[in-house]
Ligand binder design. Sequence first.
Ligand SMILES: NC(=O)c1ccc[n+]([C@@H]2O[C@H](COP(=O)([O-])OP(=O)(O)OC[C@H]3O[C@@H](n4cnc5c(N)ncnc54)[C@H](O)[C@@H]3O)[C@@H](O)[C@H]2O)c1
Ligand SMILES: O=C(O)[C@@H]1CCCCN1
Length: 315
Amino acid sequence: FNEQNFIFQQSKTKDLLSPADLIPRLEDALGKFSRRDAAEVLQPVRTAVPLQKHGGFMGLMPTYMEKDGVLSTKFVCFYKREEGSTLPAVQATVVLLDPEYGNVKAVMDGEVITAMRTAAVSAISAKLLMPPQAEVLAILGTGKQALSHCRVFTEMFSFKELRVWSRTKEGAARFIRSIDGPVQGCSTAEEAVRGADVIVTVTGSTQPVLFGQWVKAGAHVAAVGACRPDWRELDDVLMKEAVVYADSREGAMLESGDVILSGAEVFAELGDVINGTKAAHREKTTVFKSLGMGVEDAVSAQLVFDRWKAQAGKF
Ligand SMILES: NC(=O)c1ccc[n+]([C@@H]2O[C@H](COP(=O)([O-])OP(=O)(O)OC[C@H]3O[C@@H](n4cnc5c(N)ncnc54)[C@H](O)[C@@H]3O)[C@@H](O)[C@H]2O)c1
Ligand SMILES: O=C(O)[C@@H]1CCCCN1
């Protein structure tokens, strides 16, 4: 393994991935995961190794899809960042292997994959769970995930109004400069979410930033941050009032402070809704608790690899 072509840097993954191509593959992968058929998807809950000295974790996210012949793992480091910090909260690398021989097929920058697949899965949750005729989208947080969610959600849906909130003025200003199209910067999270039909929480917060009393009945919340058992983004009121969906039930029970500490029940996985085995309660307030799964990285990395092979006329 020393051929340069097999290292996919950020610019390459960016060129080769698009939400339109990725979304059907992610829907298929979420459905397969929820069937718990070991020949379709083997994906243990992520192993998180604490990096105590640096306020972070290294997550290992292996996945094997026997029928599809896909074997991969992501290494992801994520950190609790203090206000004003300009360091990234998340850094990731995805390794794609040959399941028959165990050799490495490709090493890919994981930043674009993580940003796009996470936003695409949130968009799938909104497609399934948001109220009909949703008009207002609110995003809490203005980092990388906020930008990718904004891109994917505006590509997939036609909201009439987009609002954003950041804990810092600079964060909101940077976000507003980075995107095309109108967006309303809000000075409080409450102002951003009051009356919103869809709310995306993409902050590095470890305390609730979204409170049930602000959320319109019937709204859909895609909750993407707070991925440790003692970290929160949502309060108990919201967790208890909403119908809660997760990407992985086991993941949510082990990793999500919002689920564990509120005592809320996970009603279904997104894959159960895709498979038609659980209902999509669009008429109720819904929360999709996203923690991120290796199988999402596996199909994204495979897509990058397939597109590259097709372009390069390889094999
Ligand atoms: N579910 C998933 O699959 C998945 C994937 C990637 C990232 N994440 C999580 O999403 C979150 C955002 O990731 P990112 O890559 O966009 O990070 P980022 O560092 O680019 O952005 C983080 C944003 O959160 C804000 N923030 C940080 N602490 C806050 C606080 N205490 N209160 C309010 N806002 C705060 C920052 O100002 C910034 O706007 C992180 O929690 C990350 O762990 C989840
Ligand atoms: O699935 C992921 O890639 C992310 C990384 C950061 C923490 C939460 N999960």
